[in-house]
Design a protein around this ligand. Structure first.
Ligand SMILES: CC(C)(COP(=O)(O)OP(=O)(O)OC[C@H]1O[C@@H](n2cnc3c(N)ncnc32)[C@H](O)[C@@H]1OP(=O)(O)O)[C@@H](O)C(=O)NCCC(=O)NCCS
Length: 226
């Protein structure tokens, strides 16, 4: 079962932007940039991005609105949203899976005892694409997964045209995916979650690595995956 303790580092907001009022008292405005887990109140914003990104293109989308709500209720700790001044600009939604390969059940089920994170969807709002946000959010998400004690790998299914995109994030091809949606076929890709920051945090010998939620929103060349 996913440990709540393991998810704790994720809860902390990455940045806040307190401003100073004329009376010199601090008040809080919406953060310029914030990465946080999604909740069911974000479902509409998620679906609006999906509608433009997928439905308008193919008539299909990875998660319909009720499925977005379903996963954000069952496993919000496996989602990650990037907000700019309170507006959702990119997101990832995942759930746990307990088999080597994805089957149709993986599209709708969350298997709390599984050690595989099934990434259902990564999407960036249209006006924020081509800025590196998708790869950066994926990198942050993969770093975050290392904090979760039982997670061993992440898997996703994508259309072949996106294989190079996910390869750049470190994913490797697992093979043809058994799932088809309408006329669409997919390739399954995976990413090993190694290093287990959670275990290392509990070891006095090794310092807990940098909290992924406090990592900068610009990935430098030095910040490579481990
Ligand atoms: C795919 C996506 C997440 C990339 O995020 P991004 O922040 O725009 O990524 P980048 O800034 O790195 O730039 C886009 C890169 O993504 C790749 N890419 C984006 N859309 C693509 C598409 N439809 N087909 C192939 N490659 C695509 C390209 O490799 C491009 O690289 P380039 O800079 O060499 O042209 C974003 O375009 C998106 O949300 N698309 C719609 C939803 C989607 O297809 N999600 C993935 C499937 S779940």
């Amino acid at each position: 079962m996913m440990s709540v303790v393991g998810a704790q580092p994720f809860i902390k907001p990455m940045q806040s932007s307190p401003s100073v009022s004329p009376g010199n008292q601090r008040r809080h405005t919406l953060p310029a940039s914030e990465v946080r887990p999604l909740n069911t109140q974000d479902a509409i914003s998620v679906f609006e991005i999906e509608r433009e990104a997928f439905i308008s293109v193919s008539g299909e989308c990875p998660l319909h609105l009720d499925e977005v709500r379903h996963f954000l209720t069952l496993c919000p700790e496996l989602s990650m949203g990037w907000f700019e001044e309170g507006r959702l600009v990119a997101f990832i939604i995942g759930s746990l899976w307990d088999q080597d390969r994805l089957t149709t059940d993986a599209l709708t089920l969350h298997k709390p005892c599984g050690s595989t994170v099934h990434i259902h969807v990564l999407a960036v709002h249209r006006t924020f694409r081509q800025q590196g946000k998708g790869p950066l959010l994926m990198w942050r998400y993969l770093q975050y997964l290392r904090c979760l004690p039982n997670v061993r790998r992440a898997v996703l299914m994508c259309e072949d045209i996106l294989i190079p995109f996910y390869r750049k994030s470190g994913f490797k091809v697992l093979g043809r995916c058994a799932i088809t949606v309408a006329n669409l076929t997919f390739t399954e890709m995976w990413y090993p979650i190694s290093g287990h920051a959670y275990m290392r945090r509990n070891s006095e010998a090794i310092r807990f690595p940098q909290n992924p939620l406090t990592l900068p929103l610009t990935k430098t060349d030095e910040q490579v995956d481990v």
